[in-house]
Design a protein around this ligand. Structure first.
Ligand SMILES: *[C@@H]1O[C@H](CO)[C@@H](O)[C@H](O)[C@H]1NC(C)=O
Ligand SMILES: *[C@@H]1O[C@H](CO)[C@@H](O)[C@H](O)[C@H]1NC(C)=O
Ligand SMILES: [Ca+2]
Ligand SMILES: [Ca+2]
Length: 220
């Protein structure tokens, strides 16, 4: 094998590893993360606040198929012609929206180009053919604090594991009661915690996840 003997020592080692574990070099090549392309179409003069995870956003939007430019939905022309509210970052909307509408000012307009993996995927949906890249023209009309803010979750999550245990919720209640001049009452707090978990811990894993916390329940 004249070919191998001509290689430098390091290259020879790599070559033999490659023969031994060809899969290593295939899977080792990282696939690029799907990205949303963001273009700012309009920036307001004044920006008081930028959208972030857990905020509620009110938007007007138009959605187009990239393939031939067909508009499949417009909040100004379809339905009741009104803008829509949603909570950012909890997969209430397309993943491409959660990624592409962060750090946005009220009054700002963006064009998002969203690959199928962050939209309706290989399957498509309704008017959206399988594997469609989508283009949205989105105007942010208003930002409000989410039903449960990200900040309060982080404050309650004492061990930073991104979920709330019963102890953490109880600790929070105790502090809140003390803040308002009540002496802590373990029995009372435990009853409250059980009630809270009955409603909020939807998957019954004993913890309140970020999603369970941030999601606006219909009954609230
Ligand atoms: C654009 O593509 C969609 C989905 O393939 C199709 O339903 C629609 O008729 C097309 N529109 C035009 C103008 O070609
Ligand atoms: C503590 O809470 C329980 C249940 O709500 C109540 O029955 C009890 O009287 C409270 N104890 C004190 C000391 O306030
Ligand atoms: Ca925790
Ligand atoms: Ca849970």
């Amino acid at each position: 094998m004249q070919f191998v003997s001509e290689l430098l020592p390091l290259e020879m080692i790599l070559f033999s590893i490659c023969l031994l574990f060809p899969s290593l070099f295939v899977s080792g090549r990282k696939l690029p993360e799907p990205e949303v392309k963001i273009e700012v179409l309009h920036n307001p003069l004044i920006c008081y606040r930028k959208s972030k995870y857990g905020d509620m956003l009110l938007v007007h939007y138009e959605g187009f198929l990239e393939s031939n430019g067909t508009m499949f939905h417009s909040s100004r022309k379809h339905g009741d012609n009104s803008p829509v509210w949603f909570t950012l970052g909890i997969q209430e909307v397309l993943k491409g929206w959660d990624k592409g509408l962060q750090n946005m000012c009220t009054g700002e307009r963006r064009k998002l180009t969203i690959p199928p993996s962050l939209a309706y995927g290989k399957e498509g949906k309704g008017k959206i053919p399988p594997g469609s890249t989508l283009i949205f023209d989105i105007e942010l009309m208003e930002i409000r604090n989410g039903p449960r803010s990200h900040e309060s979750f982080r404050e309650m999550d004492l061990n930073d594991d991104w979920k709330l245990s019963k102890e953490e919720v109880k600790e929070y209640l105790k502090k809140e009661f003390q803040k308002h001049g009540y002496s802590p009452n373990d029995t009372h707090h435990e009853v409250m915690v059980d009630d809270i978990f009955k409603n909020e811990d939807e998957d019954k894993d004993g913890f309140i996840s970020v999603r369970e916390f941030t999601y606006q329940h219909d009954e609230l």
